[in-house]
Write a protein that binds this ligand. Structure first.
Ligand code: ZN
Length: 268
């Protein structure tokens, strides 16, 4: 199957992600000195500020959408183990481009060929940038006095039910109220699928706010809210020539159909 992967335009979502509760997105402990916190957060190596890797947000959105669509989309029940035989991680991934093109999940988030044949990969239509703290949040968090840079630590204790032995540990969190700027870009490739794709991206973003980002979500961590500041769409013609191309912007996701209009009339 020859799939058209021409780029017709871009839809750009920008805004703020706010931590409504403390958030923990963990980093590797490899470079952490002895005596440091048990479970540190991921930080920018240059500024040392905590950040949210785009891959963490994208992975969460994909997982939420996979669950939400599984009852209506039978193909999502085909799972692949992306973990190891001992530690299986079963997720849905289409095995080739023609499957992925029809799949409501993989055509947004991408798929890799099951047999390691790179030419049957379906690259993601969605780009999720790394999220950095806003300048206001950096300023506000600089003032907190926790002994950690921009973060807090939370003491957690698990008690062995039989021996009553305690297993105390400290988990580092980005404090409640911290705000990160987000930018999510959807590549418009197929006009007949824009509406469905945007609806599903929106569903995933809605579900995120009713779920949790990062670790320990079932214990109160990682409640986030999203505030859109700019939603805009532009055709490739617009990017080439601002006077002849098409551009549209809206303030709310409710009006996203306004954005789709500029891509109509284009033949594939
Ligand atoms: Zn798929």
């Amino acid at each position: 199957m020859n799939i058209n992967r021409n780029l017709l335009g871009k839809i750009v979502l920008q805004g703020l992600l706010k931590c409504e509760t403390g958030m923990h997105i963990g980093a590797s402990k490899e470079n952490i000195e002895i005596g440091a916190i048990d479970s540190p957060v991921v930080r920018d190596p240059v500024t040392r500020e905590p950040y949210i890797p785009g891959s963490s947000l994208k992975g969460k959105l994909r997982a939420l959408l996979e669950k939400a669509l599984s009852s209506s989309e039978a193909n999502l029940l085909n799972k692949r183990n992306i973990g190891t035989p001992k530690n299986p991680v079963e997720i849905h991934v289409c095995n080739n481009q023609s499957e992925a093109f029809k799949c409501k999940l993989c055509r947004i988030f991408g798929s890799t060929s099951g047999r390691g044949e790179g030419n049957d990969n379906f690259p993601s239509r969605l780009i999720v940038r790394d999220l950095y703290l806003t300048n206001e949040s950096v300023e506000r968090l600089s003032d907190i006095d926790t002994g950690l840079l921009y973060t807090e630590w939370k003491f957690e204790n698990a008690i062995d039910r039989v021996t009553s032995a305690a297993n105390p540990r400290q988990i580092e969190r980005v404090p409640r109220g911290a705000e990160f700027g987000f930018e999510i870009i959807y590549n418009v490739e197929e006009t007949t699928q824009i509406k469905d794709d945007l609806k599903n991206i929106r569903l995933a973003l809605d579900l995120l706010q009713l779920d949790a980002l990062g670790g320990h979500g079932s214990r109160g961590y990682g409640k986030v809210s999203l505030k859109f500041e700019k939603i805009e769409a532009m055709t490739v013609d617009y990017l080439k020539n601002k006077t002849t191309g098409q551009y549209a912007s809206v303030n709310s996701f409710d009006e996203f159909e306004q954005l789709i209009k500029i891509f109509n009339g284009k033949t594939l």
